[in-house]
Design a protein around this ligand. Sequence first.
Ligand SMILES: NC(=O)c1ccc[n+]([C@@H]2O[C@H](COP(=O)([O-])OP(=O)(O)OC[C@H]3O[C@@H](n4cnc5c(N)ncnc54)[C@H](O)[C@@H]3O)[C@@H](O)[C@H]2O)c1
Length: 331
Amino acid sequence: MLKVGIIGLGFIGKMHLATFRKAGLGEVVAVADRVPGNLSGDADGGGNIAVDSELASLDGVKLYSNGDALLAESDADVVLIALPTYLHKEFTIKALEADKHVICEKPMAVNAAEGEAMVAAAEKADRLFFVAHCIRFWPAYVKAQELIGEGTYGKVRRAHFSRVSPKPSWSWEGWLLDEAKSGGCLLDLHIHDVDYVNDVFGPPATIAARGIRTGAEGVGDVMVSYEYDNGTLVTIEGSWEQHATFPFRMAFRMTLDKASLEFDSGIDMNLRIHTADGETITPEISSEDGYTQEHRYFFECIESGRKPTRVTPPSSLESLALIERELQSIG
Ligand SMILES: NC(=O)c1ccc[n+]([C@@H]2O[C@H](COP(=O)([O-])OP(=O)(O)OC[C@H]3O[C@@H](n4cnc5c(N)ncnc54)[C@H](O)[C@@H]3O)[C@@H](O)[C@H]2O)c1
């Protein structure tokens, strides 16, 4: 079984710990975090996904007060980097140089220049590197992509993606609310849909974005349209400007020649196909969430010694470049 080290045991680090345990994927042998309380086995990471307390125990796990010590001392085969985004480049490169396979949380980095350095380091390393763009593994999104690829319902004429939440309140030293450290809502939240859209439709011919800036936090609310040479029009909205009790919600609607595809986490996690013949079909999709499936996929790549073909490092870099095009359009 692959040995796993987690660097950064805040909100999403705890969720990854629980996910590895729940699926029985890998053995978490070491964790590192700067906050002593995060090394106590407490499940509460403060974010918008609850973690089962039984899966958060750190009994028998080596504890480190920073990522450098874990890299120097741990015998982990794979390191999961769940650090603030501005530390992704530094720790990804260090981990590859320490001969670890690396899963780095999304976004890959705070800008494309840093992402390029990570791609170059991964090309030199004889270990594998994977950015955890979980939406590429989220069952309803995966099924929609399959249906588009099969062409059964024709071409996508129009698609709309939405991801909205209250402002994140939990982050270590408030890093999420500092655009220089997190990239704001665009890089933190909205990039999930940008990355998926780029994977399904490719880079758009034109981008037109409008957004609302809130000081040092950066753009907190964005609406963007991507136009493609084949006539497909995609719009994507992202916002973390909702008030405190508004639930996190992700959704999409895609209009194809012969069906509309619908997903809304505010309803349930199913995909619905509304066909031109007047039927509504709820296709079977995986019951495993995207986090488990991304772990499973990357572990299979490591165990079979093949580079990931889903979420390649260059494709993660493309997502950063698209966000930079959006920022230029917003001005
Ligand atoms: N895929 C998703 O759905 C998803 C969801 C949330 C966050 N994220 C991403 O995960 C990353 C982390 O976000 P978060 O919300 O968990 O942040 P967070 O602030 O809750 O956690 C970050 C943790 O890193 C620790 N840390 C800082 N420097 C360290 C060091 N040198 N060594 C060891 N630990 C150190 C901090 O103590 C903190 O606990 C971000 O890049 C974010 O964009 C992804």
